[in-house]
Design a binder for this molecule. Structure first.
Ligand SMILES: Cc1cc2nc3c(=O)[nH]c(=O)nc-3n(C[C@H](O)[C@H](O)[C@H](O)COP(=O)(O)OP(=O)(O)OC[C@H]3O[C@@H](n4cnc5c(N)ncnc54)[C@H](O)[C@@H]3O)c2cc1C
Length: 396
């Protein structure tokens, strides 16, 4: 693995960093961007949309998309540098992330020319915000068990059913939706992939509020919703293949980010917090727990770099991605657990205090620490993939 950046890559990093320093409004910055992927309220959402539009006008949205679809066609390394710099600047996750990272790349691969022309520019510009309608009350890990039904009605489908855990549906203009079009076919072969305007009559969005009061996701109900056939992506009953493209793009970013920064900040906090007549850092147990987190984060970093090297050599991302997703998300939980032990009852105070000036950050970390062990495929599902497809163990 080559640890050196080329002069061009250094110059690119400098360009991104300088632009963010000059343009990112400080009041939009968030402590741990990926812990708050959906804006906590509408005013914040609208300010983030304005930010996406500003970034887009300067050519900084969807930079890895092909040039013909409005991207810059940058290399994988440049995309990695861009992500690192956005994270370093504490820039919020863009409100259009589901379209930019998942729906858009899926349409580039599967969409008709008309679909690409109509949807792709508005995804980048922030004019259309998208959400993902895959999970249902009876279909999460076992996604192929989905029951939302779409019936052929000539020039359109009629959709009835329910989705759940739909992140950001309360703000979304469009949803990419998996529906069952042939109930008689084997499960994976009777599914289709539709693009649905959230303003279509018959759609109801009901919020699911998280422990920290944020409304991250929703239930979405469909009652006799008419969807034009022109909104079908890929062939009818072949939606499973289209969905796998979307999930491949989703899992690329799995496992959460920013572990190093969180751990470093916890080290500083441990030296500040009083305990047993000294500081928490005086305790060898605290220092040992801390050292283990540093080791884990270092292991994760080099595993990620090894994976990156493979991709730079032109090898396809394989099931090894599950190792990063599993280890990264479980490390996030270990960081949350350590935070809770370090701060004790102080963790419950969801505001800044003299001793813990970034209190809300740690409260949010503890209550949202588990999300990445579930979203995009649970830890148990990742272990199944690693066991069967990486280690080659038998299924039973
Ligand atoms: C923060 C967050 C955001 C999300 N956003 C979206 C979104 O925008 N759109 C969307 O469609 N979905 C979204 N989801 C839903 C997510 O995809 C599902 O929660 C996930 O796939 C798990 O499905 P489930 O909740 O139905 O749990 P289940 O599948 O019912 O699993 C329950 C438990 O059983 C275990 N289990 C299930 N099957 C197996 C097996 N074969 N072997 C071993 N253990 C098993 C699981 O690991 C889990 O512990 C989001 C979830 C989270 C947490």
């Amino acid at each position: 693995m080559d640890f050196q950046y080329t002069p061009e890559q250094d110059a690119f990093r400098h360009e991104v960093r300088s632009w963010l320093e000059a343009n990112l409004p400080p009041d939009l910055c968030v402590d741990d961007p990926t812990d708050e992927r959906v804006a906590p309220d509408r005013p914040t959402f609208e300010r983030r949309v304005a930010w996406q539009k500003q970034m887009h006008a300067a050519g900084w949205v969807g930079i890895s998309w092909p040039v013909e679809y409005g991207g810059r066609g940058v290399t994988l390394m440049e995309q990695v540098i861009y992500d690192e710099e956005c994270f370093r600047a504490r820039a919020p996750v863009l409100p259009g992330y589901s379209g930019i990272n998942m729906a858009g790349p899926t349409l580039v691969e599967w969409g008709t020319d008309e679909q690409k022309r109509r949807y792709l520019p508005r995804i980048l510009s922030g004019d259309d915000i998208w959400c993902q309608g895959f999970s249902e009350p009876g279909a999460g890990s076992d996604l192929a068990g989905l029951a939302t039904r779409a019936v052929d009605a000539g020039d359109h489908f009629v959709v009835n059913g329910q989705k759940v855990w739909t992140s950001g549906a309360q703000f979304a203009d469009w949803i990419y939706l998996l529906v069952r079009t042939d109930p008689a076919a084997p499960r994976h072969r009777g599914i289709s992939y539709l693009l649905v305007d959230m303003k279509t009559p018959g759609i109801t969005v009901r919020p699911l509020v998280l422990m920290n009061g944020h409304q991250h996701f929703n239930e979405v109900f469909f009652v006799d919703v008419a969807v034009p056939k022109a909104n079908l992506v890929g062939p009818v009953n072949q939606g499973w293949k289209v969905a796998m493209t979307t999930l491949m793009y989703e899992r690329k970013g799995g496992g959460g980010r920013g572990h190093d920064a969180q751990i470093a900040r916890l080290g500083a906090l441990a030296r500040q917090i009083t305990a047993n007549g000294g500081t928490a850092w005086d305790s060898p147990i605290v220092r040992q727990r801390y050292a283990q987190l540093v080791i884990d984060a270092t292991v994760l970093k080099y595993t990620r770099l090894r994976n990156l090297t493979r991709q730079l050599r032109g090898e396809l991302p394989g099931p090894e991605g599950s190792i990063l997703k599993l280890f990264g998300s479980e490390l996030g939980v270990r960081i949350s657990d350590f935070t809770g032990e370090l701060l004790g009852p102080r963790i419950l105070v969801n505001q800044a205090t003299p001793e813990v000036p970034d209190g809300p950050r740690w409260y949010n970390r503890v209550v949202s620490g588990r999300q990445y062990t579930i979203a995009g495929g649970t830890s148990e599902i990742q272990r199944n993939i690693i066991a069967e497809r990486v280690l080659g163990l038998p299924k039973d």
